[in-house]
Design a protein around this ligand. Sequence first.
Ligand SMILES: *[C@@H]1O[C@H](CO)[C@@H](O)[C@H](O)[C@H]1NC(C)=O
Ligand SMILES: *[C@@H]1O[C@H](CO)[C@@H](O)[C@H](O)[C@H]1NC(C)=O
Ligand SMILES: *[C@@H]1O[C@H](CO)[C@@H](O)[C@H](O)[C@H]1NC(C)=O
Ligand SMILES: *[C@@H]1O[C@H](CO)[C@@H](O)[C@H](O)[C@H]1NC(C)=O
Ligand SMILES: *[C@@H]1O[C@H](CO)[C@@H](O)[C@H](O)[C@H]1NC(C)=O
Ligand SMILES: *[C@@H]1O[C@H](CO)[C@@H](O)[C@H](O)[C@H]1NC(C)=O
Ligand SMILES: [Cu+2]
Length: 549
Amino acid sequence: MHFFRQAASVALLFGSLASAARVLVDWDIGYVNLDRDGHSPRRAIGVNGALPIPPVFATKGDTLVIKVRNSLDVSTSIHAHGLFQNGTSYMDGPAMVTQCGIPPGHSFTYEYEADHAGTFWLHGHDHHQNSDGLRTPLIVRERREPHRYDDEYLLSLEDWYQFEFADRLKDTLDPTKSFPPPPSFPYALFNGYPTTPTLKFKPGKTYRIRIVNMSTTEWFQFNLPGHQMRVVEADGEHSRPSAVDGLDMGPGERYSVLVTAHPTDSHNYHYNATLYAGFVPKIEDKNPRYYQGLIEYREGAPIMPTTEPRNFKWVNDVELCALSGNPPLPVDRQIELTIGGSLFTTGQILDVINNITYAQPKIPTLHSALSLGSPLHMNESLYGPQTHAIVLRHLESVELTVNSPNSLPHPMHLHGHAFQIIEYGSLANRSEPVRRFSPEFNAPMQRDTIVVPVNSYVKLRFRADNPGVWLFHCHMDIHFGMGMALTFVEAPDVLRQRQQVPDSMLELCRAQGVRTEGNGAGNAGFDLTGLPAPPVRVLRNGPALPPTE
Ligand SMILES: *[C@@H]1O[C@H](CO)[C@@H](O)[C@H](O)[C@H]1NC(C)=O
Ligand SMILES: *[C@@H]1O[C@H](CO)[C@@H](O)[C@H](O)[C@H]1NC(C)=O
Ligand SMILES: *[C@@H]1O[C@H](CO)[C@@H](O)[C@H](O)[C@H]1NC(C)=O
Ligand SMILES: *[C@@H]1O[C@H](CO)[C@@H](O)[C@H](O)[C@H]1NC(C)=O
Ligand SMILES: *[C@@H]1O[C@H](CO)[C@@H](O)[C@H](O)[C@H]1NC(C)=O
Ligand SMILES: *[C@@H]1O[C@H](CO)[C@@H](O)[C@H](O)[C@H]1NC(C)=O
Ligand SMILES: [Cu+2]
């Protein structure tokens, strides 16, 4: 059995008495050769010589101390997906956004507060190393959880490919190859293994099951036929319990559900997990892939036959209601973003946000924000033409409208914040949104990742109350690699007064000959020489290019 169970009851009993602790994590990141899914022996990225990486458990207010040694032959960095890094933007992790990657042979220690409770994950944020194994859940418990339960289980879901990410991206970007490249269908991993773990239930007890979707590309569906699931958390925000039959989760998303066991142990049950890609055709035994696990009340008990409920109800972001009761934010500023693919004169199809395909600048954007000085730090162009910087003013409330005229859903993730989900609907029918936050629910949920459905738009709101440099990007790693990202440079004036990058972090740049001051090209003032000219889109009159990945 490989369900990670920590004695939740002990933590619940003593948690409120204990004071903040330091949670030490020591990771030597290196290559491992192994066959994770039983079908594809390959090179992967693990820590301390192994995969899966043990999950990290902390309590809100603890200090996480993550010591990383890089034994790879390329740079690496670690991001705590879902933590806000309030006051420590430089610890956020994405390479060339908030830091230079940790060079091969070097070590670096991340140190920051577990600033809110919930279900998060730690993953590599340089060279898309999360796709090659560098990812594990990060559970931050409340000192007093608002929902009552007897015990908890953690279930992480991953898609696992036969080929290394770099090879898949190379094929995708090669203009001489067919686009998109022929799909290679991944297998699912559960808590890092190819088999489904058994959930042991005791009659009458209530369990919290935390489900973390650490997938790179593929969606997961999860349900427990014969049991009711009540969603109580999404991406670190508590919700009012909401009864659902199934979870449909995009890459990066997390949920906690409460499940109350039946009063007797007369039967065992099955649970279902399905790995699928809705954007490629169905192929038997490949897409979707169906997995079944056991809910065991008593060893050897007969399996209770179940049928799918009529009117099967999936969890729905917009219908969930935040337990915090916070009303929707006012809107000071509206930002409209259109995401999708575009053909370039290089023959490549790249992904764009408002026609810009993201590429890393010559120095980390945070270093530019801290060194350009006023008023230059307000000039978005100076961060580099492909950094796609959007400068936010301190404390303004932003409404982002994300339009996706695409045949693929995109899980968009914002660093440094959780956004309120206000509305979504079809692009063809904006006057009639499919869902809109309604006073009936009176408190929109906040999440850090949202799946923007096909040919749809979503409206998201957040307040710029966390000075820093925050990436907004698609969490399908291949799309991030194709350029679907932009950078919010939030309150550079306040940032300069409040935050100073530790010297050990600047050292990471110096070791690689990367400058730590200047604009996106690493130069002073307006001089952007040294940055390549952005690639040029092929413009067509008439009908738009067919939507692409
Ligand atoms: C996990 O994320 C992948 C990729 O976005 C998505 O296809 C899948 O449905 C998600 N699974 C769950 C259970 O959320
Ligand atoms: C669970 O999976 C089994 C086998 O794949 C399928 O027959 C059944 O309909 C599924 N049940 C639900 C509720 O999805
Ligand atoms: C993107 O380019 C198209 C022309 O191809 C133009 O119509 C559109 O307004 C541009 N979008 C933005 C946000 O600049
Ligand atoms: C727009 O949505 C409304 C409500 O769902 C529907 O009645 C109407 O037919 C839709 N119009 C179009 C053009 O899709
Ligand atoms: C960051 O901290 C400030 C000051 O405590 C607080 O007002 C703000 O809401 C925090 N923002 C986030 C995103 O945590
Ligand atoms: C912002 O920087 C760009 C790029 O150097 C420059 O062309 C532009 O004039 C600057 N804008 C302002 C208002 O200084
Ligand atoms: Cu995407």
